[in-house]
Design a protein around this ligand. Structure first.
Ligand code: NSP
Length: 219
């Protein structure tokens, strides 16, 4: 069995919970309240710079040049593609990025982004991979699944096409090949899987936070 299959098996139950979440069901049937999607996009504006930092930390710590190149390129790609999508979606809500960033990052965003940056900067390379790979892979699997259904809402269809589209799918295929080519000890694999489950949980929580339009409960 390829290591990627073992990794997916560890996350599959959470992935299924993600697909059943009303936020994602609402994306495809168009019933998702625009306010919840707006909240999601604003949280992405906060999250993506830290995601790019976490990828850059993976590049800095990668054990061979191909891996350095892959994560450095993906860090730049995040800025170019995902961040540009967020800027355009914000514009569709009549917001610019500076304005959006004035409203605070929600608790889940702070927790998830901090977890990624910390694990990718301070953990072993295997732990860093465990934290970062599900970020790519869950979005690719969600995008692929949702693309088959699309959405009657053009804004939601646009989001789905980005993550279900060929470019994003190819990016993720590249990182999974890299993962399978690494020779990791049993202990490194164990640590990687543990971090991956935490990331998968945060992915569910990120959508749930947008659905609830999460804010700080005090202050
Ligand atoms: C919260 C979150 N997780 C993952 C991705 C996909 N890179 C994203 N854009 N946002």
């Amino acid at each position: 069995m390829r290591f990627r299959d073992e990794l997916w098996r560890a996350m599959d139950g959470i992935y299924r919970q993600i697909l059943r979440h009303p936020f994602l069901e609402g994306l495809t049937d168009g019933s998702l309240p625009r306010e919840a999607f707006r909240h999601y996009v604003m949280q992405e504006a906060h999250f993506l710079p830290d995601y790019a930092r976490a990828l850059a930390a993976c590049a800095a710590r990668a054990p061979h040049p191909q891996a350095v190149h892959r994560f450095a390129a993906d860090s730049a790609r995040t800025v170019e593609v995902e961040h540009s999508l967020v800027v355009e979606l914000l514009a569709a809500f009549g917001l610019d990025e500076v304005e959006a960033l004035k409203s605070p990052a929600a608790p889940t965003t702070v927790g998830y982004a901090s977890y990624l940056v910390r694990t990718c900067s301070l953990g072993t390379f295997a732990e860093a991979l465990g934290a970062i790979v599900p970020c790519y892979w869950i979005y690719a699997r969600v995008g692929e699944k949702l693309l088959a259904e699309s959405s009657p809402d053009p804004l939601y269809a646009w989001w789905i096409e980005t993550y279900g589209g060929e470019d994003y799918q190819d990016t993720v295929a590249g990182v999974l090949d890299l993962l399978d080519d690494l020779s990791l000890s049993a202990e490194e694999r164990e640590r990687l899987l543990e971090r991956a489950v935490t990331t998968a949980r945060f992915e569910w929580m990120f959508w749930d936070a947008a659905w609830r339009q999460e804010s700080w409960p005090c202050g």
